[in-house]
Ligand binder design. Structure first.
Ligand code: ZN
Length: 156
């Protein structure tokens, strides 16, 4: 990939993050949630609560989140809801592992699922360990919710 394309991609990703931070998708409380969990990132002050409505076929029929935090944490939660809606629970759980690995490992593997392409918008945080917590907060909440641990997931 040449330099110009690389920069263009970075700008696109920045736009995507800002767009999701300004107008988060699936924002608000979910009335008929079957699963829920909170996430707290004390370092940055990010707080969110993630809701899931899982049907009898173990598919995530609906999801939403509420809370407040920095642009990265809100954008990441918004991207998460967009990504997991309509997906099987086991896939969402595998994606939790994939995204946390990608953002924390030195030489991350590429995503093996096209559904995750958009999440590369978060790659920029890899250079800033404190921001990784903002970006993974919603995913930790998802992991807790799916494992029926309704106690705050914390990044600490
Ligand atoms: Zn944050």
């Amino acid at each position: 990939m040449n330099k110009a394309t690389d920069n263009e991609l970075r700008d696109l990703y920045r736009e995507l993050i800002l767009d999701h931070a300004r107008s988060p998708r699936h924002f608000g409380r979910l009335e008929h949630a079957t699963h829920a969990a909170s996430g707290i990132n004390p370092l940055c002050g990010d707080k969110l609560r993630l809701y899931l409505q899982v049907n009898a076929e173990d598919c995530i029929e609906d999801t939403s989140f509420e809370g407040s935090g920095c642009a990265i944490s809100v954008a990441s939660a918004s991207l998460l809801t967009d990504t997991i809606i309509g997906q099987p629970v086991d896939k969402a759980e595998a994606w939790f592992t994939a995204i946390t690995r990608r953002l924390t490992e030195v030489e991350p593997a590429d995503f093996d699922d096209v559904n995750l392409e958009k999440l590369k918008a978060l790659d920029g945080v890899r250079e800033f360990p404190s921001r990784v917590k903002c970006a993974t907060l919603a995913w930790h909440a998802l992991h807790s919710a799916l494992n029926h641990r309704d106690e705050p997931a914390t990044t600490e």
